[in-house]
Design a protein around this ligand. Structure first.
Ligand SMILES: [Zn+2]
Length: 450
């Protein structure tokens, strides 16, 4: 072998990416304006382009595999969960010996060992553990989440990171595109969100299936559904009474039996019917079917959008793909529109309309914030500035001592609390990293003015 022979490993390495080179090193009629065919494109994917994958579960495993094999060389992954036996049928980066270990760490180790051109950095944490400076380092963010709250939170984070020019237009360098995948059983969707430009998560909040998590205030104070009674026993009563001295196990018939009896008692107390043993099982175990093939299709659609956005080699999807493989395969893509009054991306002040401030209690307002399709808050805390300029905490459930101190406000009317028409409330909730201003609008006053 002469010294001038190319290194066999290098030849193999070059062949490995032939498919990508065909796309990235040749011009085509569908390339975006800022695309220039060159070997730099592949190099960018492998060295400079930095992606964040949120979630290392069913979708996350597929996403990491797809992106690593598509030439991306610098991935980060966040997941707060550990591996369970029931994950192994579809979360293929994990093995039996990984049970109990961090999903993010095991997934990263597997990809790093298998795809030498890719380096995955794991974060065994919650997304809420990171701030703006962390998220800023990424070119793109891909979500494979099963939680709407987490999606709303990261959506809020990316919107809060937007910077504006003097004329009010968005500084385009501050936009981090978010590609969001979601699956439930045989249904799935993939979407491209350019924060500030295209419909965000909150713009289309009404598209999400009915919430499985009920607002804590409803569960604790005003249950209406059998599910509320079951959730109450599961979330509050179990920990308080600790009947078996261990955490609730959805597979233990004794545990389910106990929850069933207590939920039935609570349902009777509030004249609610429909608590059955079967329903208790469903609510306690959060049974959401997971179908591996749906995950694979949705993750592939997301990875393709990441590739197009990162390289400009083709126009990205605009902007919402629906997929269903329950009976054959059905799919369509449409352009979800920005909502003019969007909670997160519109800058339009949000109002809560109150019929009569003398009969409407603070709890009624909180209920509206939880139940209305526009807000869908989970566990809001409310503060305001009173007429005398003093800051007042109206209700806060996240800090035990403050909850106790402010609980009495719940049953007081807005009039009794000294709140005025047009009063601004500062509302914080787990669904967003930043506080939201909500203005009270008293219907009675408006009619008088007319
Ligand atoms: Zn929006």
């Amino acid at each position: 072998m002469s010294v001038h022979s190319p290194n066999p490993a290098l030849i193999l390495q070059n062949k490995r990416w032939n498919g990508l080179r065909n796309v990235l090193e040749r011009e085509g009629p569908f390339c975006k304006d800022d695309f220039s065919a060159s070997s730099d494109n592949l190099e960018f994917l492998q060295t400079n382009c930095k992606l964040l994958v949120i979630g290392a579960g069913g979708l996350g495993c597929e996403l990491l595999k797809d992106l690593a094999l598509m030439g991306f060389g610098n991935l980060h992954v966040i997941d707060m969960d550990t591996i369970e036996l029931s994950n192994l049928n579809r979360q293929f980066l994990f093995r039996r010996t990984d049970i109990g270990s961090s999903k993010a760490e095991c997934a990263a180790r597997f990809i790093n060992g298998r795809v030498p051109t890719c380096r995955v950095t794991p974060h065994f944490k919650k997304i809420q553990d990171f701030d703006e400076t962390f998220y800023q380092q990424f070119n793109l963010i891909v979500c494979g989440l099963d939680s709407i709250v987490a999606r709303r939170w990261i959506n809020g984070m990316l919107l809060s990171m937007l910077r504006y020019e003097d004329d009010g237009s968005i500084d385009t360098t501050s936009i981090i595109p978010m590609i969001d995948g979601g699956t439930e059983g045989f249904k799935g969707n993939a979407r491209v969100i350019l924060p500030g430009y295209t419909a965000c998560i909150e713009c289309t909040l009404d598209l999400f299936p009915p919430q499985v998590n009920y607002p804590l205030c409803t569960i604790a104070n005003t249950p209406r559904l059998p599910e509320h009674c079951i959730e109450y026993v599961k979330i509050i009563q179990w920990d308080k009474e600790s009947p078996f001295g261990v955490p609730l196990d959805g597979d233990d018939p004794q545990h389910i039996g106990w929850v069933y009896e207590r939920a039935l008692e609570r349902a009777n107390e509030f004249n609610i019917t429909g608590v059955t043993y079967r329903l208790v099982q469903g609510v306690v175990k959060h049974i959401i079917p997971a179908v591996a093939s749906t995950n694979a299709v949705i993750a592939a659609a997301c990875a393709l959008e990441v590739f197009k956005l990162a390289t400009s080699c083709y126009d990205y999807m605009s902007n919402y793909l629906n997929f269903n493989d329950l009976d054959g395969i059905y799919t369509y893509t449409y352009e979800a529109e920005k909502s003019e009054g969007c909670l997160a991306c519109s800058n339009v002040p949000q109002t809560v309309t109150v019929d009569d401030p003398n009969t409407t209690t603070l709890e009624d307002v909180i209920k509206q914030l939880c139940d209305s399709p526009r807000f869908q808050l989970k566990n809001p805390s409310l503060t305001t500035v009173m007429k005398d300029g003093k800051q007042k905490t109206l209700y806060m459930s996240t800090v035990k001592s403050i909850e106790v101190a402010t609980r009495k406000n719940l049953t007081q009317s807005l009039g009794e609390l000294g709140l005025q028409d047009g009063q601004q409330l500062t509302v914080t909730d787990v669904t967003s990293p930043s506080a939201m201003i909500v203005q009270l609008k008293f219907q009675g006053n408006e009619i008088e003015m007319v």
